[in-house]
Ligand binder design. Sequence first.
Ligand SMILES: [Ca+2]
Ligand SMILES: [Ca+2]
Length: 144
Amino acid sequence: MRIAKRVGASFAAFGVALAGMTLVAPTSAQAAGASDCKSGQICLFENENFTGGIFRVSGGCDKDLGDNYFSSGTRVVDRTSSIINKTGSVVFVAEFPDPYRKAGYELGVQGNHSFANLRSVKVLNYRNGQFPTINFDNNASAVC
Ligand SMILES: [Ca+2]
Ligand SMILES: [Ca+2]
């Protein structure tokens, strides 16, 4: 795939950019549960079974989780282990942030569905157009 071939080199630059970012922790850390995800929200959880920190995706999309933090204070990117979609629409969780969202793995979460863990989920692999079952734990970088 034309785009996929460019990802390796471009990602090196992306990593350097991220390394320069400043970490700002919230004032109070708190654990979360499934009941903290309300109707109309998309909720990412730091740990399996909807535990650990919670991050609510606002506006239906966050195409780069690299600048977001769970309620526990830890970074969201590459740490999501369970997901609740309490919207009425499907959302897609991607391995890479924009502009590379359509270059890696993508997990579809149907409206009003959830994944208590991401260890064995069927995803779309944009690299080859196939639908493998993979371990997607701690691998989400975007939601839309
Ligand atoms: Ca973000
Ligand atoms: Ca995790």
